[in-house]
Design a protein around this ligand. Structure first.
Ligand SMILES: Cc1ncc(COP(=O)(O)O)c(C=O)c1O
Length: 419
């Protein structure tokens, strides 16, 4: 889709009329109240058939068949099936992605794994603006190594322009989140992977604020390892499982960090001695979360039908429209877009700053527009190419303008701000 900003509501409707993904909106159960949830960066919308699928699973499989369902249903295959269903969205082959555990746990698994396979060096290089859980996982890992008598060090780039200089031969693993969770600045993965390879460092990427919105090409960009959240743009359900990717070049090497029975080559023989399963499956640890996977399955069926290029093109058009309208309608009212304006440098969401951002976010929610506040002065809007339209964007900006113009956000009832 073209990205030149529409100027009128009719322009927005015309863009929606040409949207090749328009039919996918009907596959989601959007809020009945007509509220606009611009929070796909936090919790993606509910696929319309998720409740029915869960109800069938609970009654048909759990209640009526009980433990027989482990053999009659595809519960144990789900991590691979779901991984295959979303793999094209991140530019990976179907067999190189599995859906399991949380992003945090998968970060730990793959950071350990990358460390084991490193060419040399003992430094994990990241940035100080990385998401807290990413940094905590690295800190915990380095402490674990220290407890075991192994020296390792975390180095943090304080700003993005420092990273390339810090990527020297001491670096074992380059450990980054592609899209910054506050500003939405995005790393150029192909370029960073190239720099890492030149320094003999392995890459571990967190795609939580990218997957399901951007055009990601893990295989083409030479990524070593990646993880990502399942419940944001991927719409896998609140707190639902995450995904992990391992480059085929690394799949056969080394035991996984968590050697569990679901990652055993012959798990159903209940052998005492561990033998890693082939490929990415060895990174499965324990029993899959069956109910959560059923919800994710409803989203996966939608992703199977989506083209990565069309998703990214619509995302560019939606976010470009949002920025242009915020500038035009709300700039003079104190809203200042802080996300990059160039699409190649922008991730999933659009952030703007306002001195009253916390109460403004509360007032917006009360007026039908849900975004998220981030300390100290930022509001984030996460747009999904699967279920948002340009007309939604038009309506959302009208709400922002109204709340700012009338200073509705100054009402004391908006003083308590949700995260
Ligand atoms: C970049 C990033 N990584 C990881 C997470 C969360 O990981 P988990 O699902 O393990 O809590 C978030 C949550 O917002 C995130 O923004």
């Amino acid at each position: 889709m073209e990205s030149s900003a529409p100027r009128t509501l009719e322009d927005c409707r015309a863009l929606d009329g040409r949207d090749p993904l328009a039919a996918l909106r009907g596959k989601f159960a959007l809020p009945e109240t007509g509220r606009l949830h611009f929070d796909a960066n936090s919790i993606g919308a509910m696929p319309a058939d998720a409740p029915g699928r869960v109800a069938r699973l609970l009654a048909g499989s759990w209640r009526d068949k009980g433990r027989r369902s482990w053999s009659t249903e595809d519960w144990l295959e789900k991590p691979r099936e779901l991984g295959a269903a979303i793999s094209h969205m991140v530019g990976a082959a179907p067999g190189d992605v599995v859906v399991c555990d949380s992003t945090t746990v998968n970060l730990f698994k793959l950071l350990c794994h990358a460390w084991k396979l490193r060419a040399g060096g003992n430094v994990i290089l990241t940035e100080s603006h990385n998401f807290p859980t990413d940094i905590h996982v690295a800190q915990g890992f380095v402490r674990l190594l220290a407890d075991l008598g192994v020296e390792a060090e975390i180095r943090m780039a304080e700003s993005r322009d420092r990273l390339a200089d810090m990527l020297d031969r001491d670096v074992a693993v380059l450990y980054l989140t592609q899209t910054d969770y506050r500003s939405s600045e995005r790393w150029d993965m192909a370029e960073i992977n190239r720099l890492a390879r030149a320094a003999d460092a392995l890459t571990v990427w967190d795609l939580s604020h990218s997957a399901g919105a951007l055009d990601i090409d893990l295989a083409g960009d030479g990524t070593d390892f990646a993880v990502g959240c399942g419940y944001k743009y991927l719409c896998g359900g609140p707190g639902g499982p995450a995904f992990l990717f391992v480059n085929p070049a690394h799949q056969g090497a080394a035991w996984p960090a968590i050697a569990g029975w679901m990652g055993h080559a012959q798990w159903d023989r209940f052998l005492a001695d561990y033998e890693p399963a082939a490929g990415v499956s060895r990174h499965l640890a324990g029993t899959p979360a069956v109910v959560a996977n059923e919800i994710f399955g409803a989203a996966a069926d939608i992703w199977r039908t989506a083209s990565r290029r069309e998703v990214a093109a619509k995302h560019e058009s939606l976010t470009g429209t949002l920025i242009a309208l915020l500038d035009r309608e709300c700039g003079a009212l104190g809203a200042r877009v802080t996300s990059p304006r160039e699409y190649g440098r922008r991730g999933g969401h659009v952030s703007f700053a306002h001195p009253g951002a916390g109460p403004v976010a509360e007032a917006l929610a009360d007026h039908g527009l849900v975004g998220s506040f981030r300390h100290p002065d930022s509001i984030r809007f996460g747009l999904s190419p699967l279920y948002h339209s340009h007309e939604d964007v038009w309506n959302a900006v009208a709400i922002v303008k109204d709340v700012l113009q009338r200073e509705a956000w100054r009402d004391p009832r908006y003083a308590t701000v949700a995260i």
